[in-house]
Design a protein around this ligand. Structure first.
Ligand SMILES: [Zn+2]
Length: 283
């Protein structure tokens, strides 16, 4: 928070610093695994969590899951869900979200109305993320006029989003450290995607080291029940996949490949696996 207040002192300094920050983040993907992962982890949660939020345990995709409850929202990592939505996941027969949480189709395309707060720094992240989604999928973003359901891109702490269409205004919150890739990831949540490390078949491809996960964060690594298969194939390169060091309490990896090796988090583009899932629901 102190940093962002400092930054707001000078718009020029702000844009220069943000540019530098994005550059650093991109370059670090291939060079500094630990550093990159910890940065991405900072973007993997809704902030500010004070630790005083009520912790509630709910069944989520058939698994006991700890959520932070803030007002009437249930928060898991960077995902914001309603109690009804969490309940729904236990009765899904297939698919990531219920049809009524999909964005509506008109003609060949699915349209998502949106607004961007005037004080959101580096609005180019939103433009680039939207361009990416529109170039790869049948989802189109339109400036909101009077639609009841829409996405509002706003500044705030951390990067976060609701999951699926809520039916009213729903926020995608982007701190200054959230990259274009993070924005693509958060839009993924807003159209109804969950995290890939919770894929029902993930244990065939990766090992989750629960002993290395921070206290209270293990629920982010729960498997979804097999009835909620998001895609036929687990995709370690999904933009919805956590990195090897997410929520590590001791600097050791929380997720490794079956051969024990770590991997870089992918926050550049929708993967082919992501696209096949999206096509199932927005085709
Ligand atoms: Zn996420």
């Amino acid at each position: 928070m102190k940093t962002s207040r400092l930054l707001s002192l000078s718009a020029i300094t702000l844009s220069v610093l943000l540019f530098t920050n994005c550059q650093t983040e991109d370059e670090s993907v291939s060079t500094e695994i630990n550093q990159e992962s910890s940065k991405s982890e900072a973007s993997a949660e809704v902030y500010p969590l004070t630790g005083n939020e009520k912790i509630v345990t709910k069944m989520f995709f058939g698994e006991e899951t700890e959520f932070n409850q803030v007002d009437n929202n249930l928060i898991l990592g960077d995902m914001i869900l309603s109690p009804e939505q969490v309940e729904e996941t236990n009765i899904l027969e297939k698919g990531v979200i219920r049809r009524n949480r999909h964005w509506p189709k008109s003609g060949s395309y699915y349209y998502i109305p949106y607004t961007v707060d005037s004080n959101l720094p580096n609005k180019g992240r939103v433009t680039s993320a939207i361009n990416h989604w529109e170039s790869k999928t049948k989802i189109r973003f339109i400036k909101r006029t009077n639609q009841r359901a829409y996405i509002r891109f706003r500044s705030g702490s951390g990067c976060s989003s609701s999951v699926g269409r809520t039916g009213g205004r729903q926020n995608i919150t982007l701190a200054s450290g959230c990259s274009t890739g993070n924005t693509i990831h958060e839009i993924g949540h807003a159209i109804g995607m969950y995290h890939e490390q919770q894929h029902p078949k993930r244990d065939n491809y990766v090992t989750v080291n629960f002993n290395n996960i921070k206290s209270g964060k293990a629920s982010n690594f729960n498997k979804r029940s097999s009835s909620s298969v998001r895609t036929s194939t687990f995709d370690i390169g999904s933009i919805m996949m956590y990195g090897s060091y997410f929520f590590s309490k001791n600097g050791k990896p929380t997720i490794v490949r079956k051969n024990g090796s770590t991997f870089n988090v992918q926050r550049r583009a929708l993967s082919s696996g992501d696209l096949s899932v999206i096509r199932r629901y927005y085709n």
